[in-house]
Design a protein around this ligand. Structure first.
Ligand code: CA
Length: 225
């Protein structure tokens, strides 16, 4: 479940981008100014940022520079003028790509896909995640334990994916809600607990004494390192 942070103060364009990206299976987060973009980049850990240059306060070039200091995720700049293109190319701001307004959604989505593909290749993000005898395959959406298929429902699969990607790190219920369900679904913390319970019933030898998905008191859950 890849998450894209859209940084754009024109709310109509931001919404259009979000709708189109969601239709492609991405989760989206919208920031309407540079400062909240940096906050959300830190708290939500998106996989890619679409960043408009013209923003109130901190502009896109400054946001890009600040992001680059702490992350190597792909950044696609939105520019409105040739002069801005020159800046993106000429200054060492570290953007991966840029697209000039107006642009077609097809074009943008193609750029997003390409940037994510390049990045995943660079960091060697595996299609298959393994932990002991448990194997999760993103491409085929399957989970096996000692080569035996585990029948997971889509949300259980997403939940397990997020836990495995952050193996050894405690994730709060809020973080799991955001990463698995997104922001626009009306659900509460109980949903996370219910899904964790169902997941344990399927992947733990003894669900009452979990060895894989651990409860971290006061913090949330983590996949055992
Ligand atoms: Ca703008």
């Amino acid at each position: 479940m890849q998450r894209i942070l859209i940084v754009e103060d024109e709310s109509a364009l931001a919404e259009t981008l979000a709708v189109n990206l969601k239709a492609e299976g991405y989760r989206t987060i919208i920031a309407s100014d540079g400062v909240s973009a940096l906050d959300l980049a830190a708290s939500e850990r998106p996989d890619l940022v679409i960043l408009d240059i013209m923003l109130p306060g901190l502009d896109g070039l400054e946001v890009c520079r600040a992001l680059r200091k702490r992350t190597d995720i792909p950044i696609i700049m939105l520019t409105a003028k040739a002069r801005e293109v020159d800046k993106v190319i000429g200054l060492e701001i570290g953007a991966d790509d840029y697209i000039t307004k107006p642009f077609s959604m097809l074009e943008l989505i193609a750029r997003v896909r390409a940037a994510l593909r390049r990045h995943n290749k660079d960091i060697g993000k595996q299609e298959v995640i393994q932990s002991g005898d448990l194997t999760l395959d993103r491409a085929s959406h399957t989970v096996t334990i000692s080569s035996v298929d585990v029948d997971l429902r889509p949300k259980e699969f997403d939940l397990l994916t997020v836990l495995l990607e952050n193996k050894g790190r405690a994730l709060s219920r809020e973080a799991l809600l955001r990463q698995v369900w997104g922001e626009d679904e009306y659900i509460d913390h109980n949903t996370v607990d219910v899904h964790i319970r169902r997941l344990r019933e399927k992947i733990e030898d003894d669900p009452s004494k979990p060895k894989r998905v651990l409860t971290i008191r006061g913090a949330g859950y983590k996949f055992a390192p």
